[in-house]
Design a protein around this ligand. Sequence first.
Ligand code: NAP
Ligand code: MG
Length: 502
Amino acid sequence: MDESVRNYLDHYGVSDATRRFLAKPQKMFIDGAWVDSGNGVTFDVFEPSTGGRITSAPSGTTEDLDQAVAAARRQFDGGEWRRLKPLERERLLHRLADLIETHGNELAEIEAVDMGKSVSFARDIDIQGTVDTFRYFAGWPSKLHGRIVEPSIPGNYLAYTRKEPLGVVAAIVPWNFPLQTMAWKLAAALAAGCTVIVKPAELTSLSTLRFAELVQEAGIPDGVVNIVTGRGSVIGAAMSTHPGIDKVTFTGSTPVGKDVGRAAVGSLKHVTLELGGKSPVLVLDDADLPSAALAVANGVFFNSGQVCDAGTRVYVQRAVHDAFLDELVKVTRTLKIAPGLDRDCYIGPMVSAQQKAVVAGYIEAGRREGAELVHGGASLDGPGHFIEPTIFAHCKPEMRIVREEIFGPVLVTSPFDTLDEAVFLANDTPFGLAAAIYSNDLARVHGLIPRLHAGSVYVNAHSTIDPSMPFGGFKDSGFGKDLGPEQLDYLMETKAVWITLP
Ligand code: NAP
Ligand code: MG
């Protein structure tokens, strides 16, 4: 561990448990064993607020993946896991949720140090969301069943359907909500009775590895959950074609998602793709402007803008455009830029130097293309990867900052006149993850909801997410759903059974 990271942990009084975990070289979790990669290669893990090195983790090989698949297959194809009664599965998932809750502060610290996010948000959103997701899906195993039907064809039959788990599921996870996104994929898969192999993002593997220790402590049988760390282009790509894997569930960027989808369909795997976004926000002229400004700022700057459904394109009805912009800038000025471990951090660093460069490049492009910079815009010097929350006004539809996903704290706004124009602007994007409306006019709100091409529509709020509600995009934001009972449909097969009766 670099001196700079050690000083950082000291300065913010990080717990001994977290310190011990972070100090050790990490291993992968395959078939209940903690292992190095087959060829001994590792990669370095960095802390984004200081830029310092934390530790190393194994760079898994395709042979390591083969072992993880073999373990997951053994458990699925008649192993102990497959024979567990539904209530037994529920008990194990509840135990795991309890353990995550017990170790919540430690997991939040690990997430804040590894990813750079605010430790307070990590505790209240990421970790609480993870606990809630496991609790929600823990209740499902005993409620999954088929139906008995009465056929009309001649003859006498007992005809019924069975719901059966799909098999071995590979989960490929991004770096922005490492533990929570993993939980979104894992909890439902385990509830359905599947077994799982997770590939965390290289930038943020640590919370998933600490989680695997809790999987073991909960008593989930060896081989049911496997974690293979390493490169997406190696492990993720191999998962997408591996003959022993039945389903790939991917969250990440649209270009990589398209590759994963093509490969998975080529080997006839089931596939769920949760991809990028450029979500529109419509502020109507009757909106409560101060509370809308607060919600819009949260909706784009939370997690330093590294949020897939961030409301990054804000269209404001012309009569209130300037007043709304004033409110928005006022709120944005109050957001504290600080290292992730600072309890009052709102804007933490970008996850990496590379991500900082990408975001800074978009800000530069916005300036060059003539967007009006009304707040922020600067990259801060120093070893940490900080960028100011940035607002551009009067943006044109063809500008890159309007069209492309930036994945940083950058907001673009422009005025609209009619609701038809607002709908056109909102839908003028290849993406379709989410959309938001700010208005108290029920007729206008309900008129707009069906016209927006987006997987989630938020009214007078942004990113309200709960395990009972499905999450997933339309268009280039992917297909399939995470969360809600809908997710289970993507993790189970339906078998039709016909019994000819005398
Ligand atoms: P990414 O580059 O697409 O990576 C996502 C995951 O895919 C990582 O684990 C990555 O591994 C792996 N990967 C990379 N190349 C691969 C390949 N050829 N085959 C298979 N897997 C591969 O995305 P990111 O930069 O981590 O995350 C940001 C993106 O995720 C944004 O576009 C964001 O909108 C999207 N996202 C979507 C949702 C949603 O629910 N819709 C949620 C969160 C984020 P490495 O880390 O080793 O490269
Ligand atoms: Mg890191």
